[in-house]
Design a protein around this ligand. Structure first.
Ligand code: AP5
Ligand code: MG
Length: 209
């Protein structure tokens, strides 16, 4: 099954995609993770992306479309995948239609107020990328999966978070209508607890785990 996870920054796309991908044994394709890796490695794409990401803006469509097209052509995508963070603009969705067939779009719905709290409290592992919220950590400063240091993402600083939300409403939210018209959109309440959200997504996909 080829699935898109849509939703604002902090809606839980990454958290839920990781769990659903493990359950369905399909890869999670997070354009945010791909770009952060490229920035860490200092590649040309990474350097180009950094100036946009640090301001909470989207990287240009042509950069990201090529990356996703190449990634979806890889062998491990043959039995399906979850796109986490792509498409994010109507031109990206139109481009995707030319090289992929999407079966389902899950739109995680969460209010802006909750998103700001989630993002400002998010901490991620520098090594394995596991995601936490300060409220879950009880003062712990290292990753419970691999023991490495937890850091705050650069774009989770307060002023950048507000900009990312603005960008989401202006450029990404129109995709809700785009996929609704195609009959592919499924809204899921992302403000529930982690497990309830996970179960709701599985049920929507008609999958079992
Ligand atoms: P990206 O990394 O995709 O960031 P994002 O869309 O802003 O989404 P996040 O990763 O911030 O949120 P999420 O929905 O994954 O939430 P998470 O599960 O972590 O992109 C970063 C940047 O890269 C973009 O701003 C852009 O510049 C660029 N980019 C990427 N893709 C692009 C594209 N296609 N085109 C152009 N540019 C692109 O959860 C958040 C927090 O909430 C965590 O702390 C988590 O523990 C907590 N949480 C999650 N679920 C729950 C729950 N149910 N209850 C309580 N807490 C919860
Ligand atoms: Mg994410």
């Amino acid at each position: 099954m080829n699935i898109i996870f849509l939703g604002p920054p902090g809606a839980g796309k990454g958290t839920q995609a990781q769990k659903i991908c493990a359950a369905l044994k399909i890869p999670q394709i997070s354009t945010g993770d791909i770009l952060r890796r490229a920035m860490k490695e200092g590649t040309e794409t990474g350097l180009k992306a950094k100036s946009f990401i640090d301001l909470g803006q989207l990287v240009p469509d042509d950069v990201i479309i090529d990356i996703v097209k190449e990634r979806l052509a890889m062998d491990d995508c043959k039995n399906g995948y979850i796109l986490d963070g792509f498409p994010r603009t109507v031109p990206q969705a139109e481009a995707l239609d030319t090289f992929a067939t999407i079966d389902s779009v899950i739109d995680l719905e969460v209010d802006d107020q909750v998103l700001v709290d989630r993002l400002s409290g998010r901490r991620v592992c520098v090594k394995c990328g596991a995601t936490y919220h300060l409220s879950m950590l009880n003062g712990a400063v290292s990753c419970t999966v691999c023991g490495e240091e937890l850091i705050q993402r650069n774009d989770d600083k307060a002023e950048t978070v507000l900009n990312r939300l603005k960008v989401y409403h202006a450029q990404t939210a129109p995709l809700i209508g785009y996929y609704e018209k195609k009959g592919l959109l499924h809204k899921v309440d992302g403000a529930q607890g982690l497990d309830n959200t996970y179960q709701a997504i599985l049920k929507t996909l008609g999958a079992q785990a």
